[in-house]
Design a binder for this molecule. Structure first.
Ligand code: AMP
Ligand code: MG
Length: 349
């Protein structure tokens, strides 16, 4: 059944009132979409199975894909996990609050539905003040996956949230664009060797500077693995707009040439083609174009990626040609991971 989704638009003087109202919704077992520094999250009380079920239901998220639990203090973390290994503590000291999610062994207080039945739980402390205040004010750790329909590009504005979830959630706090634009880095600290399960804003190199060598436990491709998957979310198609995304990888100049050639080819066969590019050289080709940012500035590209995919979709393009020739250093690795997962085909030029 459809419900009325309240939209709370943040202004300089209404934040505490909004937080109070949203904390009440959380305490009653409701769902509130909130800004975080990465993307908008759909939050509910992580310790209330009925509330958490509302997240899965609204997103259409598969039940075996566990949620990240957001905390505002170390005391709150200690209730959720049975141990904090020394290396995990070092990461917390350096990177929290911030876009780093740790997988740790859970306590029994965390319901099965939140962890997809696993004996571990994913936890992070968001840097966003609104997210922190809502956790404090409600007094609950918040399960909060991205606030989109499962499989669609993650939302970086409240408009994206409403596009996917209006009528399915209780409220959204509209605080403008998120700063980072891609999801947190996920690192498994529950086993013998730390392993990065999802690339994000914080790179594996930055992590290694703090705790030494880490395994890379993810692939950029959707893996149809049988049996146990280390991070259940990795096996699903992700971040996809309705249009077919073709990703072009290779040196910058060759990629631009290939985009021109493919654009002409598809257009002449009647397709409406959108471009997602990192070069102003292509601006004259079409208006169905989103500039991701400079190819050497992966942080710019990260901020614009999901916005770009959604905006081309809304214009009704059939095909998106995506320029994959930006630097893959730092957050560039996370951007590449998301683009590859959103793509129907990767074309190496
Ligand atoms: P999202 O909340 O949509 O940003 O996705 C959270 C990601 O963390 C997904 O890829 C999950 O599979 C992964 N994740 C959450 N909890 C665990 C866990 N306990 N063990 C391994 N991966 C997890
Ligand atoms: Mg997600």
């Amino acid at each position: 059944m459809s419900k009325q989704t309240k939209v709370f638009k943040v202004t300089p003087n209404n934040l505490s009132k909004i937080i109070r109202e949203c904390a009440e919704i959380i305490q009653r077992g409701g769902t509130v979409a909130i800004p975080t520094e990465t993307v908008y999250g759909l939050a509910a009380n992580a310790l209330d199975p009925i509330a958490v079920n509302r997240i899965f239901h609204a997103k259409g998220r598969p039940a075996d894909n566990p949620l990240i639990v957001h905390v505002a203090s170390i005391e709150q973390l200690e209730q959720l996990v049975s141990e904090i290994p020394p290396k995990a503590l070092s990461l917390i000291e350096i990177f929290w609050p911030g876009p780093l999610t740790l997988i740790l062994k859970r306590t029994r207080i965390v319901p099965d539905i939140t962890t997809g039945g696993l004996n571990t739980v994913a936890v992070r402390m968001p840097a966003d003040i609104i997210a922190q205040e809502l956790i404090r004010s409600s007094g609950k750790p918040l399960a909060a996956p991205s606030a989109n329909i499962s499989g669609r590009p993650s939302p970086t504005t409240a408009f994206h949230v409403l596009h996917d979830l209006e009528g399915k959630i209780d409220a959204v706090i509209d605080a403008g664009n998120t700063c980072i634009g891609v999801e947190s880095t996920v690192i498994d600290m529950s086993g013998e060797k730390p392993a990065v399960l999802r690339p994000g804003y914080i790179s594996a190199t930055q992590i290694e500077e703090v705790i030494g060598e880490v395994e890379i436990g993810y692939s950029d491709h959707v893996t149809e693995t049988e049996g146990v998957v280390r991070s259940p979310g990795m096996k699903y198609t992700h971040y996809s707009p309705s249009a077919t995304v073709l990703l072009l990888e290779g040196s910058h100049d060759l990629v631009l040439d290939k985009i021109r050639e493919m654009y002409a080819d598809f257009t002449c066969r009647g397709a409406r083609v959108g471009l997602l590019v990192t070069s102003s050289d292509l601006f004259s080709l079409t208006n169905d174009m989103v500039y991701l940012g400079r190819k050497d500035e992966p942080e710019e590209v990260a901020r614009n990626l999901f916005l770009g995919l959604r905006s081309l979709d809304e214009r009704g393009v059939n095909i998106i040609l995506a320029d994959g020739s930006f630097t893959h250093e730092g957050v560039g690795a996370a951007v590449m991971n998301r683009l590859r997962k959103a793509s129907e085909m990767i074309i190496k030029v």
